[in-house]
Ligand binder design. Structure first.
Ligand code: NAD
Length: 364
């Protein structure tokens, strides 16, 4: 516990779970609950660490706060292979272990999906991102986060004077978020020029067809099976592609001082959580590259999750994503320009203020 960084927001609880029978370890972090019960995804990966879960839980606190949701931030990490055939067993055991932790409402994240959320709901009566058949608004199928990123792109483009229609886009990661981002951005007239996954990337300056890409990914397992473009087996090469908008939509800490200078985009929309290190964000700002922080740009998923939890309709959820992401992106970019401050610093200040006020009312 010595290496946990505490501050005025949290974390409130850090819990380690273990099951010999299911053969897994898990970590749950409840960062802050001043605004309401904590929401946050369950990440399943053999490499997930306590530090990662702590940082992701904080991102959720800030994301819920700035989006004006009645929720705090939390996160869970199950240290296991997401393709393990025993997945249902360990999810059900995990559910039993968090049953009494009523201030944490689990949701989907990398390595978990709507089926996992259905197992959790079945066991403990609470989770978000459920299948439609049991009243859910499946975030990934509906593309909530990708839709939010396309709304964020509209505002960021207007702000920088770059027409979104015809803008060239490169996307790192082609999972739930990456696919939906490609779809919604092409509907806005943007041209998807490069897409990567863990096996490599495909690039065509004239544009890739998002529908064909989806088929290729589904049938061959990787975007590198796409025939109408140049293929590279080095996934990280996607960051250096000539483009206007770059969307990191895979893992954390992929934009670092080491590759910042190779980036050619004018706008970065942080689809993934914490995709850039703080040093890299400062360097991007110095270079005049607008980087919209994760908890503004990728809030579509949690907004839809909160709407599902409040039993609202799909249309109400999409309207809420559009309204909240437009408003917050405008607020942060305008203040950041006026104060010549990093967009993340401005966004964090606004989000923190709201949480701190709520904490004061509750006598924390
Ligand atoms: P996912 O598991 O569906 O997809 C991840 C994709 O990234 C896969 O295509 C994988 O091949 C690819 N990938 C992994 N390592 C890579 C690498 N080194 N280079 C290129 N690609 C790589 O996950 P997701 O749900 O799309 O989430 C992606 C990111 O977005 C995560 O950081 C997650 O926390 C964040 N996020 C997701 C949501 C959501 O609604 N799903 C909401 C907010 C934030």
């Amino acid at each position: 516990m010595d290496n946990i960084r505490y501050d005025e927001l949290g974390p409130r609880k850090v819990i380690g779970l273990y099951s010999k029978r299911a053969g897994f370890r898990a970590i749950v972090v409840i960062d802050n609950t001043a605004l309401g019960p904590a929401v946050g995804g369950v990440r399943v990966a053999e490499t997930v660490t306590m530090d990662e879960v702590l940082r992701l839980a904080r991102t959720m606190t800030l994301k819920c706060s700035i989006a004006g949701l009645p929720h705090g931030g939390g996160k869970a990490g199950i240290v296991a292979d997401p393709r393990d055939p025993q997945k249902e067993l360990y999810f059900r055991v995990f559910a039993k272990q968090i049953k009494d932790l009523a201030e944490y409402i689990p949701g989907p994240d990398m390595g978990s999906d709507e089926e996992c959320m259905a197992w959790l709901r079945d066991e403990i009566g609470r989770s978000t991102g459920l299948p439609a058949e049991i009243g859910g608004l499946p975030l990934d199928k509906l593309g909530a986060t990708g839709f939010g990123l396309s709304i964020c792109a509209r505002v960021a483009c207007k702000f920088t004077g770059l027409p979104l229609d015809g803008a060239k886009v490169a996307i790192q990661g082609y999972g739930g978020v990456g696919r939906a981002t490609a779809k919604f951005l092409s509907q806005e007239g943007a041209v998807i020029v490069a897409v990567s996954d863990s096996k490599g990337f495909v690039h065509n300056p004239k544009g890739l067809d998002p529908r064909e890409l989806e088929d290729v990914k589904d049938t061959s397992g990787s975007v590198t099976g796409y025939k109408k473009g140049a293929i590279s087996k080095k996934p990280d090469g996607v960051f250096a592609v000539e483009c206007d908008i770059l969307v990191p939509a895979a893992t954390a800490d992929v934009i670092t001082p080491k590759n910042v200078d190779s980036i050619k985009a004018r706008i970065i929309l942080q689809g993934a959580n914490i995709p850039a290190t703080l040093e890299a964000e400062a360097l991007l700002h110095e270079r005049g590259i607008l980087s919209v922080p994760d908890f503004i740009a990728n809030a579509g998923g949690v907004i839809m999750a909160a709407m599902e939890y409040a039993r609202r309709t799909k249309k109400e959820a999409f309207d809420a994503i559009e309204d909240k992401i437009t408003m917050n992106t405008e607020l942060v970019l305008e203040r950041s320009r006026a104060e010549n401050a990093l967009p993340r610093a401005v966004a964090e200040m606004v989000a923190r203020e709201r949480v701190l006020k709520a904490m004061k009312y509750q006598g924390y």
